[in-house]
Design a protein around this ligand. Structure first.
Ligand code: ADP
Ligand code: MG
Length: 619
């Protein structure tokens, strides 16, 4: 018995719609992408009930002819690719020719369009069938209303979450589309309220300001870089302005917003040792490449792509961001200069000095502890939020950036090498005056005074020392042991260790086979922190066991961080003025003296002006 039949169009469109039209946001995405592909410079999106009742997209693009206006709703109807060859050189956002057919199968459609030639066209569709095809006014562009979404697919309608959730998805989407196309003026309206409006003047920083607030946009720094195949540029927030979620990183490849776990990871790698644990930057990163290097035909929603030479692209991103951050990093200020803009979802705390009692004549030494307290002190790096500290030169940030942009030569994708000239010119010269709680050094200069976390400072100095040592292990610098150390591992761990043997060797771990489940170590680099050698070796081996895909760069970095923690002076440790001077002068020589390797601040500035203001010496 023959049981196979070919589906009719209405059915196959509905099936395709299952993939393309998941929720109102997916319809908005397809309609807006069509408007972008049509060369529009203004796109308006108006929603009722988060799009479930109606979605209207109006553009001023090239419009459609009378015939095309109907053909556009046929399955596989597209003006964007004609042959197989085109599939590898896609410059438009759409190319599958199935969005309008799919949308028409699950909603009612009204369309007005004109290519500006003779007259416009009006088309209505219900259940995928044309129910009206008429003349309309001659206004170049396209206006489409999609209403009663999922009216004939009740199961999908039931699946929709609350209006707020669906609206959230649409806002997130339109934000990213606006960011990807700063030359287009976008307006997003929900029930007559404007949610987003962009200028369309090509300035991506301005779009960032419209989406994330002016305050955020001002704290973002530009970065750029290129290699033989890719050019990248974008903006990223300084480590002082972070979020608890990765969702604020936007990747745009040839004008298409795409999601990539690997790229997010390389952004974070680029900020490594600057970023508090569990916090993420706000960033937009634009990648330009020959379309030939990208494959966009990976998923119906076109949200993922494949790129050739991915490894090179990822190191380019990491290196460019790292370099940009390194150049801009500055000392947090103890006093917030302007009120923080609070976002409802964002928990913000402000570091602030609150006079509690009258200060003695000699403010330094013992009296400081009792006279002042830092409010909302943060114990863990996780809770550091944007308003906790502001860069002291923030007012000038814009000008600083402008001059910096010219100076920042594009970074190549080669591994980040430490600078020849390590001392940052902007690091202030500091004179130590004393120590608080055996933990913080107080130092001063003409700009005010500084509190330095001595543990964080030393961690930074040691980290950079060990990073250089581990970066290229000098085989002359070895310590031979009279009694070899012995390490035991299970069979599976040994297999993983064997695989990484060369890498371990490169960081100074020289393991020798010693029976089926053990290794011996007869020598190790003489600069391994004394007394901690066994723990260091175990910890480094632990790194490769925990992360089997670790690369040599990461292993070096993690090992250096681990060793720096082991050897640093802890809190409650008395230092002489000479100790403090040495620490501050070593710190000044560090490549990045401003944060510890875990991203926490090393020093905080109390400006003379702010102090005078607190004592009402100035108003
Ligand atoms: P695709 O975008 O993959 O080509 P769609 O189903 O989204 O497929 O659209 C089909 C065709 O309809 C497009 O190729 C384009 O020619 C035309 N079209 C759709 N929307 C617009 C618009 N806003 N302006 C001009 N042409 C449009
Ligand atoms: Mg399309």
């Amino acid at each position: 018995m023959d049981i196979i039949t070919v589906m009719d169009d209405a059915l196959s469109n509905k099936i395709a719609a299952g993939e393309v039209v998941e929720r109102p946001a997916s319809i908005v995405k397809e309609l807006v992408e069509n408007a972008i592909d049509a060369g529009s410079t203004r796109i308006e999106i108006a929603l009722e009930e988060a799009g479930l009742t109606s979605i209207r997209v109006t553009d001023n693009g090239k419009g459609m002819s009378r015939k095309d206006a109907v053909l556009a709703f046929e399955r596989h109807a597209t003006s964007k690719i004609a042959n197989e060859h085109d599939l590898f050189r896609i410059r438009t956002l759409g190319f599958r020719g199935e969005a309008l057919a799919s949308i028409a199968s699950v909603a009612k459609i009204q369309l007005w369009t004109s290519d500006g030639e003779i007259e416009g066209t009006e088309v209505h569709l219900e259940g995928g069938q044309v129910v009206k095809h008429d003349h309309a006014a001659l206004r170049k562009g396209t206006d489409i209303i999609v209403s009663q979404l999922f009216f004939n697919t009740p199961a999908r309608l039931k699946y929709m979450k609350t209006i707020q959730t669906e609206l959230g998805h649409i806002i997130d989407l339109v934000n990213r589309l606006a960011l990807s196309h700063p030359h287009i003026a976008f307006q997003l309206m929900h029930e007559n309220h404007t949610i987003l409006q962009t200028a369309g003047n090509g300035d991506q920083r301005r779009v960032l300001a419209e989406i994330y607030s002016v305050d955020v946009a001002r704290k973002m720094i530009p970065f750029k870089g290129d290699n033989a195949d890719y050019t990248i540029h974008g903006y990223i927030t300084l480590p002082e302005m972070t979020r608890a979620s990765k969702n604020y990183m936007t990747l745009v490849v040839n004008g298409r917003w795409v999601k990539s776990y690997a790229v997010n990871q390389s952004i974070l790698d680029g900020m490594h040792t600057y970023l508090p644990i569990g916090r993420y930057p706000i960033a937009v990163i634009n990648v330009e490449a020959d379309p030939y290097l990208t494959d966009v035909n990976v998923h119906p929603s076109k949200q993922q792509i494949r790129v050739s030479k991915e490894g090179e692209l990822l190191s380019l991103i990491k290196a460019s961001i790292h370099e940009a951050i390194r150049q801009y990093i500055i000392i947090p200020d103890a006093i917030k200069k302007e009120p923080a803009i609070k976002r409802p979802s964002e928990q913000t705390t402000i570091w602030n000095m609150q006079p509690k009692q009258t200060v003695q004549e000699q403010p330094i030494k013992e009296s400081v502890q009792s006279s002042y307290s830092i409010q909302d002190e943060t114990e863990t790096p996780q809770s550091i939020t944007e308003s906790e500290y502001a860069p002291p030169v923030r007012e000038n940030l814009e000008t600083v950036q402008e001059t910096k942009v010219e100076q920042t030569a594009p970074v190549s994708s080669t591994e980040i090498a430490p600078d020849e000239e390590k001392t940052d010119k902007r690091f202030p010269s500091l004179v130590p005056v004393g120590q608080v709680h055996g933990t913080y050094i107080i130092a001063q200069n003409e700009d005010g005074f500084y509190m330095i976390d001595q543990h964080a400072a030393q961690e930074r100095i040691k980290y950079e020392f060990f990073r250089d040592k581990v970066g290229e292990v000098d085989h002359e610098e070895r310590q031979l042991l009279l009694m070899p150390l012995i390490f035991h591992y299970s069979g599976s761990d040994k297999a993983a260790i064997e695989e990484h043997m060369e890498m371990l060797h490169a960081v100074g771990i020289f393991l020798e086979e010693f029976g089926p489940s053990s290794y011996t170590v007869r020598e190790y680099p003489s600069w391994f922190p004394t007394g901690e050698e066994t723990a260091i070796i175990e910890d480094i081996i632990e790194q490769v066991l925990r992360n089997k895909h670790i690369n040599i760069g990461k292993l070096r970095e993690e090992s250096a961080i681990m060793m720096s923690c082991k050897k640093s002076i802890k809190a409650n440790h008395y230092l002489t003025i000479a100790d403090m001077e040495r620490l501050l002068s070593d710190l000044a020589k560090a490549e990045n003296p401003y944060t510890c390797p875990h991203g926490r601040p090393v020093l905080i500035h109390f400006s003379t002006y702010e102090i005078e203001k607190m004592f009402k010496r100035v108003m």
